[in-house]
Design a protein around this ligand. Sequence first.
Ligand code: ATP
Length: 300
Amino acid sequence: MMRVSLSLCKETMPSLLDIPPGLLNSDFFTPRRHKEKVVILMGATGTGKSRLSIDLAARFRGEVINSDKIQVHEGLDIVTNKISEEERCGVAHHLLGVINPNADFTATNFVDMASHAMDSIVSRSQLPIVAGGSNSFIEALVDGEHFRFRSKFECCFLWVDVAMPVLHQYVSQRVDEMVENGMVDEVRSFFDSNANYSKGIRKAIGVPEFDRYFRTEPFLDKRGRAELLQEAIQEVKRNTCRLACRQWEKINRLRNKKNWKIHRLDATEAFRRCGKEADEAWEELVAGPSTEIVAQFLCD
Ligand code: ATP
């Protein structure tokens, strides 16, 4: 099964020099243009939105605006699966890990901060790429406030989709990797017996699920602790799979009921394969077609 690694991004991507000069961004953000252009990457958790955002940012001189309502908070980098510095390949990111973990971050906050980031990206003649799983935030941005956003920006929507059974297997495996990478201790450092799990970063899947374990571990023997830990990990897996299903349904609703013109990229085969073959499938099925769609969008 594919590990959605970003490590090959530099090698597998054509450089900007491969892109016809007429497609470079500076040509699209001239004062003559009435509407600015923005790419919006959607998809359920674990589908590879971050990877695609880096692929496209490198090909079109983009900057990424995070639209995951949990990753916007500082802290819990493993649990929330934030893209690492290394994986960012030097691409600028906005709204990632910038909000106090205890503070709430609303759709209105997102719209304000994302709009501000978009203006500043455009002023640098770069392409704004919104990427993340919080579809309610994306909907508020695109269709909220009397369609102010639509009057200013033209959107290219891309949806990275993976067949649910394959995605469920992948996200379960990802949870095991998170555990190996220190997830339990990371969550323990945020544990507070009076914690409010409906506020700030503690809403993240992977935090409330460990509450019972942290409360009772001092009173249990080794076997009891191991059992309770396994139960918590299984619960994280189940909740992540449920989140993926809900996100998939929301994207379908935006596409079918609200008639958003969303281009769907089926990444399933890339997830079924391993290593080099997975990277080739990703390029063939996701990164390559997305590059063509975005190039066309910027030309129109
Ligand atoms: P909803 O209206 O259900 O909140 P949404 O589109 O606004 O949906 P989602 O991104 O689907 O927002 O997030 C819903 C919930 O999923 C969050 O409140 C959180 O519990 C969990 N979640 C989302 N992103 C993450 C993440 N990166 N890490 C951990 N949990 C997450």
